[in-house]
Structure formats: structure tokens, C-alpha cells
Design a protein around this ligand. Structure first.
Ligand SMILES: [Fe+2]
Length: 448
């Protein structure tokens, strides 16, 4: 299979197999007439299908947040479960996961988690780096790295614990979901909703990437405030797949993540049997190269929230459960300004990943596939070379090119897993990147 064109590369306004829009009310059918017209639950559905509602929010959520989809399927979902057995998934951890023997307080950075020869699927290859909040109270998140070299065949998965924001770094994945098929390449992201059943095919592997598991309220587009009606992530660049289904009767397993534990059930057919659906609770993908950054055009450096792609509210206004923030190619033009991110301590906890290229605050050491963590109220900022370079640079307009990093920023402290602390390639010398910062103050005025 050749890689499909991304949204930004597509010569047409639409992409085959997808419907544009964020949070739209969609309707789609894989067979003509499968979708009832004018009602949700007719006495008998066409083709002998079963009508079933998938609710992503409480029935009584406010209209602007209320999300649900009506599915017309070969079997109702209850036929896709049987007796559950608990299974081990030792690398995929959930909050609270506070190991008293580990120190989460610190500035941390990791090299890319290396591939292995062991057969790993998108699910069994999930390696949790940090957890925050509490999965049982639907607050907080977990940050994962996935390594996948094997497709899920007759193996299906869903999570009741949260939606997954998937950020590929290498390899091509195909998500076969109940509501349609999403192809996902680096520079794109996908959101797989809570409760949606899917299997993941590795189209080109091995595949590695980052995942933010959002236990809380769903990701939404941020308000733009005075920016107005355009720029940042635009709704038309989000793509939801058209209906697609499998009518396959073979021994299959369904694995369910529920309250941090994994359960497996055996069934005799594919659960991806939704022939038609309508509604606004659906998977979506987005091409990060369509993100239109807004920034400083005269002086000073805005807060990184200016680069928010998606935000998951926490219930406290302006304080996100998670912000997904993108640092991509852009022009730097500010006058008389220290242009990289300033030094800071932040009540929010910041986990960053590098998709490709070089990040401007850390010219070395933060490599594609790598991760850094700057936890709640832990100081951080440019390393010594970045500080000296930016302090002495001629402030001509400069294009930051070939760079794409992101941040999962949460209001909750992030706790390291044992994997992150002991097995992932932690850079022991990361803290030394600030060693070269000198005291310049000597009591006399003037630039130093
Ligand atoms: Fe920061």
C-alpha cells in the first residue's frame, strides 16, 4: 500500500473515505438504505440490522457538548462480549500508579524507546511513561509510547477508561474501527473515542509513536479569544471516516480496558459490524501540517498555549485536564526579544515528544522519538547553548524549519512508571544541559 496523501497535500477539498469537520453531526452508510430516514429506532431496521446508541457523554450533557452516535449493526454489541477473563498487560499502566520507590520530581529526558524483535501489536506494545490523576474518577491522563510491528488479526480492543490521542512518529497504521477506517501516518494525529472497538493494522512497520490517554472530558478545539474565527486548528481539516464493516465469522478476541485493568472475551465473529451510522461521537484524524500557528510579530514571546491544537477541559475554567500543544515550523521575527521559550516554573505538568527535527530550546539531546518531562512546579528552560545562541543572535527574521514537537500538558502531576524510570532509555545527564549557564551579574549595570 502506498501512503495516502495527507490533508495538506490533497489537491481536492475532500479526502476519499473521510468526511470533513470537527464534532459535526455526520451520517454515512456502507450499504444503500441501511440508515433509517427521519428516525433512530424503527420497529425493524433495513437489512435486518440492529439499532444501537453509543453515548460518549451523559444523556443530559449540554447540547454543545452532547455526543452520541446511532449505529446500525449486524449484531448488537452485547453479542460481542461473553465471559470476561482478566489478562496481564504489564506495560500499560493507569493512574493512580504512584510507586513510592521512584522519584518523579525532576527534569527528565529519554531517548527513543528502541524497537525490539518481540511481536508487538498496538495494544501489547503500549509502554506507559507517566500517569496523572485517577482513572476511576475520570480525571487526568497517561502518556504512552507504542511500539508496533504486528497487526491485530481477529483481535479487537476498546477502552472504557478514556479516549486515545495517537501521535505517530514512525510507520503507518490503519485503524479499523466500528465507525470506519483511519489511515494514520507521521505528521497526523487521531482521536479514538472511549468505548469504540477497533483493531490496528501495521501497514508499514515497525511503528512507533506517542499516545495521550485522556481519562477526562473529551478533547475539543480551544476557544480562540481575540484571535477570532480562524487560524490554529481549523475544523474543516479534521476527518472522520465513512462507514465500513466486516462480516467475518472467525474465532476472535475482544480486549477491554476498564478501570485500569484488562479483560478479554472470546467471540465467533468480527465486532466491526456497523453498516451505517449517524451522529457526532466518532473517531477523527487531523493533519498537523494544516495547523496555522499564530505568534509574536513585534516583541516578546507569548505563552505556549498560543500553539494549542486541542484542549480537554477539567471543569475549572481555563485550567485544562490536558492541552495538546504543537511546536511546528514557523517564522521568528520578534525584535529585541529572547526568542526561544523563557525559563519558567509551571503549575501544569509538561510532557513533550519530538516527532521530527530539532526543537529550538534544546538544539541537542531531544531527538525524534524522544520524550522530556518537566513536572508541576519544576523549573526548566533553554539549555546553555540555546541561551547563549539566542542571546547573541542577530534578530533577523528566521524560519524554524523541519521541526515538529508537541506537549501533553496537564493540570495534574505526572508520575513515572517503573518502565520510564528503569527500562526506557533515560538520559542520566539531562540535568547537566543547564551546567553551562553562568552567573553574569556582578553588580554593575549594562549588558553582560
Ligand atoms: Fe515548559
Amino acid at each position: 500500500m502506498t501512503r495516502e496523501m495527507t490533508r495538506a497535500e490533497s489537491p481536492m477539498g475532500t479526502t476519499p473515505g473521510y468526511m470533513p469537520g470537527f464534532g459535526n453531526d455526520f451520517e454515512t452508510e456502507a450499504l444503500p438504505g441501511a440508515l433509517p430516514r427521519g428516525q433512530n429506532s424503527p420497529q425493524k431496521c433495513n437489512y435486518g440490522l440492529y439499532a444501537e446508541q453509543l453515548s460518549g457523554t451523559a444523556f443530559t450533557a449540554p447540547r454543545g457538548q452532547n455526543e452520541r452516535s446511532w449505529c446500525y449493526r449486524i449484531r448488537p454489541s452485547v453479542k460481542h462480549t461473553g465471559r470476561f477473563e482478566k489478562i496481564d498487560m504489564p506495560w500499560w499502566r493507569s493512574a493512580p500508579n504512584i510507586d513510592p520507590d521512584l522519584i518523579s520530581l525532576g527534569q527528565y529526558r529519554w531517548d527513543p524507546v528502541p524497537y525490539t524483535d518481540a511481536p508487538l501489536t498496538f495494544v501489547t506494545g503500549m509502554r506507559t511513561m507517566t500517569t496523572a490523576g485517577d482513572v476511576n474518577t475520570q480525571t487526568g491522563m497517561a502518556a504512552h509510547i507504542y511500539l508496533a510491528n504486528n497487526s491485530m488479526e481477529d483481535e479487537y480492543f476498546y477502552s472504557a477508561d478514556g479516549e486515545l490521542l495517537v501521535v505517530p512518529q514512525e510507520g503507518l497504521l490503519r485503524f479499523h474501527t466500528e465507525l470506519g477506517t483511519i489511515d494514520l501516518a507521521p505528521k497526523e494525529i487521531a482521536i479514538i473515542p472511549r468505548g469504540l472497538v477497533y483493531r490496528v493494522e501495521v501497514v508499514e512497520g515497525p511503528a512507533r509513536g506517542f499516545v495521550c490517554e485522556n481519562y477526562g472530558q473529551k478533547f475539543d478545539l480551544p476557544n480562540r479569544g481575540p484571535i477570532g474565527a480562524n487560524c490554529l486548528a481549523n475544523p474543516r481539516d479534521f476527518l472522520t471516516p465513512v462507514a465500513a464493516f466486516e462480516d467475518r465469522e472467525v474465532p476472535s478476541t475482544v480486549t477491554i480496558k476498564w478501570c485500569g485493568q484488562f479483560h478479554q472475551t472470546k467471540i465467533g465473529h468480527s465486532p466491526l459490524d456497523v453498516v451505517a451510522w449517524h451522529g457526532n461521537y466518532a473517531p477523527v484524524k487531523y493533519d498537523l501540517t494544516t495547523y496555522s500557528p499564530v505568534g509574536a510579530i513585534l516583541f516578546d514571546h507569548p505563552d505556549p498555549s498560543i500553539f494549542t491544537v486541542l484542549t480537554a477541559p477539567s471543569g475549572q475554567e481555563g485550567t485544562a485536564n490536558i492541552d495538546f500543544v504543537l511546536f511546528r515550523e514557523r517564522w521568528m521575527v520578534a525584535e529585541n526579544t529572547f526568542r526561544p521559550p523563557w525559563y519558567h516554573k509551571n503549575v501544569m505538568s509538561e510532557l513533550m515528544g519530538n516527532i521530527y527535527g530539532q526543537y529550538d530550546a534544546k538544539p541537542k539531546g531531544f531527538v525524534p522519538g524522544g520524550v522530556s518531562l518537566h513536572n508541576c512546579m519544576l523549573p526548566h528552560g533553554p539549555d546553555a547553548p540555546a541561551f547563549e545562541g539566542a542571546s547573541n543572535a542577530e534578530l533577523a527574521p528566521v524560519k524554524l524549519d523541519n521541526t515538529m514537537s508537541f506537549m501533553f500538558e496537564t493540570r495534574f502531576p505526572q508520575h513515572l512508571t517503573a518502565f520510564a524510570a528503569k527500562e526506557a532509555p533515560l538520559q542520566d545527564d539531562y540535568i547537566s544541559c543547564w551546567d553551562g549557564i553562568e552567573k553574569k551579574f556582578d553588580g554593575t549595570p549594562g549588558e553582560k
